[in-house]
Design a protein around this ligand. Structure first.
Ligand code: HEM
Length: 494
């Protein structure tokens, strides 16, 4: 009885509040929203649900669930407008309150989960300097990445013909090593590598558990669950244990001294700045380590794994990339300077980002005040999700969106279309505006060096077992989407 009265009161007050105002965006009824939320809690599949709803309701829609408003924005045009237009951007670039931010990331001392404020912009600016330096082909860094790729190639050369290799595992180790380099400007020796890789892998696993839709929602709404005996307490305990191991790996007193003296790396820059600026606390440094590992590990390993899986599914595309590499590079090692000449390779990389949609609904944005946009009202305190999953395959924008076709990004002269081209404006894999991915240029340069170096030297072939499906809707949704397995044969090219 109390339940029925509460529901009736809730519906009545919501209706009263909305009466005579500009309408809310379209969306499922309250009852259907309840069913949808329940489904997402069980299946952790917000991207799949979001796709169905976007086809039904159009460019913008709202799901309402007991005072929680989730607004899905389903076109690149509207995402850009809401996140970058001066009328909206001061209101739409915070993050919604979450358990993760309050209780795991030190109250938002990192970059990704902090609100957009002076602290966040200062931290972003500081890191941006370092990341740009890495991303834009500074020779030292490029040399270091190439050394790591060289290590990977040496390992792959040991694989015997007819022997199957787990490329996913090999890529993960290689990327973990690069992240260490990125944070410290120092390579990992073989002894410590195993320890560091297992710390990263364990942390990543726990972080993904807590990011699940059901867990995140339950702990955000009822944070005291972490104190009650049961699965939530166990989950949080494990996460914090592995988090302390991860941050402790970098931040013991002797290492802090070393990174500080080395200056140039991400940690070195942060630690040096910390001495001059008391805005940056120990939690800021820990937050940045966590962001870098979480954001840099799964996204890039997911991309490279996905790319190689597509090469297994599409041998002709693999061959065309290799022909271009042979023609342009004439056997020498690829460098970032070759990006401008490798048109088909660039097109294939961008098409992979579009096709797989690695971060399906971006990171959530918080609409802190009520706004009106194109005849609709987005209520204050809504969670806004840029629906990158739907946008990348929207049938109204793409010809045959379900076909993996790098040629769509080439002009009639077989040149990679410029970034201002209407089609490239439709792909937003790194987000847009003030919260755009800070690792974008770093990720792109690393991806380029991996793809070109590996395909120049090796061909990747199915090993006779069924391949993982190429359609990423069948892959597991973690912090980023990742192919389920990637075992294959490799052949050295002459
Ligand atoms: C293929 C690789 C990657 C993809 C597809 C990707 C995608 C994204 C997306 C969609 C966002 C959310 C943007 C928004 O909130 O609107 C984001 C944020 C972020 N990414 Fe990436 N990312 C990648 C690699 C990286 C790497 C390598 C790093 C770090 C080294 C990184 C660090 C971050 C950080 C710190 C944020 C939060 C920025 C903020 O909230 O201000 N990402 N990324």
């Amino acid at each position: 009885m109390i339940f029925v009265i509460s529901i009736t009161l809730y519906i009545f007050t919501t209706w009263r509040k909305n009466y005579q105002k500009v309408p809310l965006p379209p969306g499922p009824s309250l009852l259907e929203s309840f069913k949808i939320m329940w489904g997402m809690i069980k299946k952790n599949d917000i991207h799949i649900v979001g796709e169905k709803l976007a086809s039904r309701f159009g460019e913008i829609l709202i799901i309402r669930f007991f005072g929680l408003n989730i607004v899905l924005v389903n076109s690149a045009r509207l995402v850009r407008k809401l996140l970058t237009n001066t009328k909206y951007r001061d209101i739409t670039n915070d993050r919604p309150p979450s358990f993760l931010r309050e209780h795991v990331l030190y109250g938002g001392k990192d970059i990704a989960f902090s609100d957009y404020n002076e602290y966040q912009t200062n931290l972003r600016k500081l890191l941006h300097g370092v990341v740009q330096l890495y991303g834009e082909g500074v020779q030292d860094f490029e040399d270091m990445v190439n050394t790591e790729i060289g290590n990977l190639k040496n390992k792959l050369m040991m694989v015997k013909p007819g022997q199957s290799i787990d490329m996913d595992g090999a890529l993960k180790i290689s990327i973990t090593r690069i992240l260490h380099l990125f944070l410290t400007n120092e390579g990992l020796n073989e002894e410590i590598q195993a320890e560091f890789c297992s710390i990263v892998e364990n942390y990543d696993k726990q972080f993904n558990n807590i990011l699940r839709f059901d867990t995140n929602l339950a702990l955000t709404l009822l944070p005291w669950l972490r104190h009650l005996p049961g699965s939530y307490r166990e989950l949080v305990r494990k996460l914090m244990k592995h988090q302390n191991k991860l941050t402790g790996f970098f931040l013991n007193p002797s290492k802090i001294q070393k990174w500080r003296q080395k200056g140039k790396s991400l940690l070195g820059t942060l630690l040096a700045e910390q001495e001059a600026n008391d805005q940056f606390t120990d939690e800021s440094v820990k937050g940045v380590i966590i962001d870098t590992i979480v954001a840099g590990f799964l996204t890039t390993s997911g991309f490279l794994g996905g790319f190689l899986l597509l090469m297994l599914h599409y041998p002709d595309i693999q061959r065309r990339i290799q022909e271009e590499l042979d023609e342009v590079l004439e056997g020498r090692q690829p460098s970032l300077g070759d990006r401008a000449s490798l048109h088909y390779t660039n097109a294939a990389i961008l098409e992979c980002l579009r096709y797989i949609r690695h971060v399906p609904v971006s990171l959530p944005h918080f609409v802190k005040e009520e706004i009106e946009i194109e005849g609709y009202r987005i209520p204050a305190k809504s969670t806004m999700l840029p629906n990158l999953w739907y946008i990348a395959k929207d049938e109204n924008q793409w010809d045959h969106p379900d076909v993996f076709n790098p040629d769509r990004f080439l002009d009639e002269d077989r040149k990679f279309v410029p970034v201002t081209h209407q089609l490239r404006q439709q792909v937003l894999p790194f987000g847009v505006g003030r919260r755009v991915c800070i690792g974008e240029s770093f990720a792109k340069s690393r991806i380029f060096l991996y793809v070109t170096s590996l395909l120049q030297k090796f061909s990747f072939r199915p090993n006779g077992d069924p391949l993982a499906p190429e359609d990423s809707k069948y892959w597991k949704l973690n912090a980023a989407i990742h192919p389920p397995f990637l075992k294959c044969f490799i052949e050295q090219r002459k």
